[in-house]
Design a protein around this ligand. Structure first.
Ligand code: C5P
Length: 233
């Protein structure tokens, strides 16, 4: 898949999501559906957005014993999403089981990417709560490598880590990066941010952009600006 902008559809209901997507008449953006919307509306919202012609990143971050994740992925594969994800912390056995579950009878499957350490986890929380003593960037790189060795297609990471992930895991290993802001925009609660153009420079394959588009006065114009700056078209 080529470089693209993914809009984080962090809405609480079908109505709010579809009202937002209705604004896009001449383009069908790639969208991310997260836990909030999925738990509120169930799998039908995924089918409905897919029917409208959007590519979908289903961001449910699975993390359980390998057998349970395999069976859950076998259900998700029928939703025909383009990308889905899990926590690399579930271990190699869980990631391999996830791929097995996600693979359809004809051998095709959605792309599967891993969350390494959540960007909300800092060094202190990792050391005190998770008893992981290594520097966080080493931990992130190790999880990325583990995901690659398990057969996954990429990781969700900060745009600041995308270059390093590619150096370590190869150019083909996808980096999907949230934490993107326009140079003249609000940072909000994101701590480490980058502009779409800088994310492109550093080699992000996909940027996930929420509020700079969803809360913009003109979301379609904001989306198109983002695509111009990131994809360069
Ligand atoms: O509104 P904003 O652009 O900050 O939205 C970013 C999206 O990416 C949200 O859906 C958020 O949950 C998600 N995300 C993130 N940081 C991560 C992983 C996911 O911001 N490390």
């Amino acid at each position: 898949m080529k470089r693209d902008v993914i809009i984080a559809c962090d809405f609480a209901s079908r109505e709010a999501t579809l009202a937002f997507l209705d604004k896009f008449t001449d383009v069908k953006p790639f969208v991310k559906i997260g836990m909030e919307l999925y738990y509120a509306e169930g799998p039908e919202i995924v089918r409905e957005i897919k029917r409208r012609g959007h590519k979908i990143f289903l961001d449910l971050k699975l993390h359980d014993i390998p057998n349970t994740v395999k069976k859950a992925m076998a259900v998700l594969r029928n939703l025909d999403v383009d990308v889905t994800n899990l926590h690399a912390a579930g271990t190699t056995a869980m990631m391999k089981a996830a791929i097995e579950g996600l693979t359809r009878e004809d051998g095709t499957r959605p792309l599967l990417i891993a969350v390494t350490q959540l960007t909300s986890t800092d060094q202190e929380a990792m050391e005190n709560d998770l008893l992981i003593k290594e520097p966080i960037d080493q931990v992130v790189m190790h999880y990325a490598e583990t995901a690659k060795n398990a057969g996954l297609d990429g990781v969700v990471c900060s745009p600041l880590e995308a270059g390093k992930v590619h150096d370590r895991c190869g150019k083909q290993f996808l980096t999907v990066t949230p934490g993107v802001r326009f140079a003249d925009g609000d940072v909000g609660d994101q701590k480490r941010v980058m502009t779409p153009a800088a994310a492109r420079e550093i080699g992000s394959d996909f940027i996930v952009v929420g509020r700079p588009i969803t809360a913009a006065e003109d979301p379609v114009a904001a989306y198109k600006r983002c695509v111009r700056e990131f994809v360069g078209e």
